[in-house]
Design a protein. Structure first.
Length: 319
């Protein structure tokens, strides 16, 4: 199979039939063998009903329904797991991603050998203050942190070589950083392509302003994981030893100062009346806690991570 098109969605009943017809038309005109996988992330409208109707009419359409809303990353995770195509395309279900871009994305991966091609919505139809400006700041921080020179990390329209999606783990809310996850997994041939962005035709966006706060927090997380994810002791252990060492030096200095004053008959004060005593004690305790954090991190890495991050209530089509 040439193509798997993975489409996560939440309450997009109005756009699904139009999106399917548009994708099917593009696939037929390019003679692609393909599958479309809709992942219903706990919709409360008629999205799943429509997906089942489309699947009954078109055997290339498959559907997965979560029993509640787990998030886009979990939807992509299961979509990647089920995809059978040589090239996997992801896109949003709100008609803001143009299916006419799919053939070019496919050829960049299949013919030119790219591991991942990320869409770049250079011209956007979103609000400048609520989306465009925060998005530019977010992408600039992601470029600086990751070293990937992409303009639009969060674009839903992307193309992947099959090996990439089978060897990365999209969890939490890390769908924003799939190119970074791919790079950290050893896939270096990553580029971008300018794609057409369209104004939303139905409904409203499912993401609020909090997504940018979460995005920056996730960026810090993925930076940490890429640097120290496999060696937490190198960070926490080093910081712990350093703080404990400085605390110990403070303690030695306090003790030496007290002995000096006693030896020379100078007025002396209780150790507990010296503020440096509490600074030294706090520093040593923090150092010990940091070291233990690194040690626990190493133990956690050696235990298996829980994989059951979502529950599927129903499927349609043949997987």
């Amino acid at each position: 199979m040439q193509l798997s098109i993975v489409i996560p969605l939440l309450n997009e009943a109005e756009s699904l039939k139009e999106l399917h017809n548009w994708i099917a038309s593009v696939m037929r005109s390019n003679s692609f063998s393909y599958e479309i996988i809709f992942i219903d992330d706990g919709s409360t409208d008629d999205s799943w009903k429509i997906i089942k109707q489309i699947s009954a009419e078109d055997p290339s359409v498959k559907g997965i329904k979560f029993n509640r809303n787990y998030g886009k990353s979990q939807a992509l995770h299961v979509g990647f797991d089920k995809a059978e195509g040589d090239v996997i395309i992801t896109m949003d279900a709100d008609l803001q991603d143009n299916p006419e871009e799919i053939p070019d994305l496919y050829h960049l991966v299949s013919k030119e050998g790219y591991d991942l091609i990320s869409g770049w919505k250079k011209k956007r139809y979103d609000s400048v203050l609520s989306k465009n400006l925060p998005s530019k700041l977010f992408n600039a921080a992601a470029r600086k942190t990751s070293g990937l020179k992409l303009h639009d990390f969060n674009c839903g329209l992307k193309a992947y070589r099959k090996a990439v999606v089978k060897n990365i783990d999209v969890y939490g809310e890390m769908h924003r950083y799939i190119p970074v996850l791919a790079k950290n997994a050893g896939y270096s041939k990553i580029d971008e392509k300018i794609v057409q962005h369209q104004a939303r035709k139905y409904g409203k966006t499912k993401f609020g302003a909090e997504r940018f706060i979460n995005g920056f927090l996730d960026l810090i997380t993925i930076w940490f994981l890429s640097k120290f994810g496999k060696r937490p002791m190198h960070l926490f252990g080093a910081l712990g030893i350093l703080m404990f060492f400085f605390g110990f030096l403070f303690t030695v200095w306090i003790g030496a100062s007290k002995l000096y004053k006693l030896y020379h008959g100078m007025p002396n004060i209780l150790v507990t009346d010296n503020p440096w005593f509490y600074i030294a004690l706090t520093t040593m305790i923090l150092g010990t806690l940091l070291f233990l954090t690194g040690f626990l991190g190493e133990l956690i890495l050696r235990s298996s991570r829980e994989k059951d991050r979502y529950r599927i209530s129903e499927t349609t089509g043949e997987f």
